[in-house]
Design a protein around this ligand. Sequence first.
Ligand code: GDP
Length: 318
Amino acid sequence: MTRRRIWVAGHKGMVGSALTRCLEKRGDEVLKADRSVVDLRNQIAVEVWLKQNRPDAILFAAAKVGGIYANDTFPAEFIYDNLAIETNIIHSAHAADVNRLVFLGSSCIYPKFAPQPIKEESLLTGPLEPTNEWYAIAKIAGIKLCQAYRKQYGRRYISVMPCNLYGTHDNFDLTTSHVLPALIRKFHEAKIAGGKRVVVWGTGAPLREFLHVDDLARGVVFCLDNYDEYQHINCGAGSEISIAGLARTVARAVGFNGELVFDTTKPDGTPRKLMDSSRILELGWKPEISLEEGIADSYRWFLAHEEDLPMRYGKSVA
Ligand code: GDP
């Protein structure tokens, strides 16, 4: 197999670092552009860097991401940063004659009440979930950018939609994190402090689909090698769990034996977002890491890095 030069945009994030590990394992050269060198929201900086470096392909994992609270609280950054990063990278890729790009979206692009499991064709068939519509609109624009450059210029740009992700290099800051790392941190701190109760946001009823980021990385690299269609493609775990069920599973993995308290003043978000991933499954990718194994892996990573993680909002135990 020939060694390719691939730019992982957003290589420091959870998805970007998993993609980097996956590509380096198979012998590809990974190009990295640090934020101090290229601010991806700056059009000129991106265009210059891409023309100088001309990778064989781009894996597009750069994004402003966050959990339900951050999405709902900082709508301007979520829509502006993501739109800017997408227009800059996708347009500059074309300008630099980079012919292959894999854009990463999110299952929140689908309508709040889309029929489940959600097929790719459900895109733009109904209203979005309001807590993350800003991010979702930007991600939909990213898919459309890829389709537009494919349609007009024949660029081989594709889009992959992951479900909720978790794993190594996750964000454990409680105001910006997603639910799974938040629960690992809350249960761990309660266990250490001898806390009796842990607060879980919302009713516990929403259903979510969780995929370990290493499975996603294999899926994205699989699509880079095997998928070249106008239609975006789902990449999910294929099973769902309620937030209450997830909380019990994480509590068990961490060794917290106290009580769960559901704070119903916090939003539930979308009731359910299980994707139909038959397309990618039929092509030959499948997830390999069970939720239990994945949570154990994430907890080990958290313990190994606890001291270095930004915990700027203080401890989670009341
Ligand atoms: P979403 O999938 O875009 O809604 O993103 P999240 O991962 O942030 O939230 C998923 C669900 O978990 C929502 O129903 C949240 O209210 C719920 N949840 C429960 N506890 C927490 C928590 O401590 N942090 C976060 N982010 N979500 C939580």
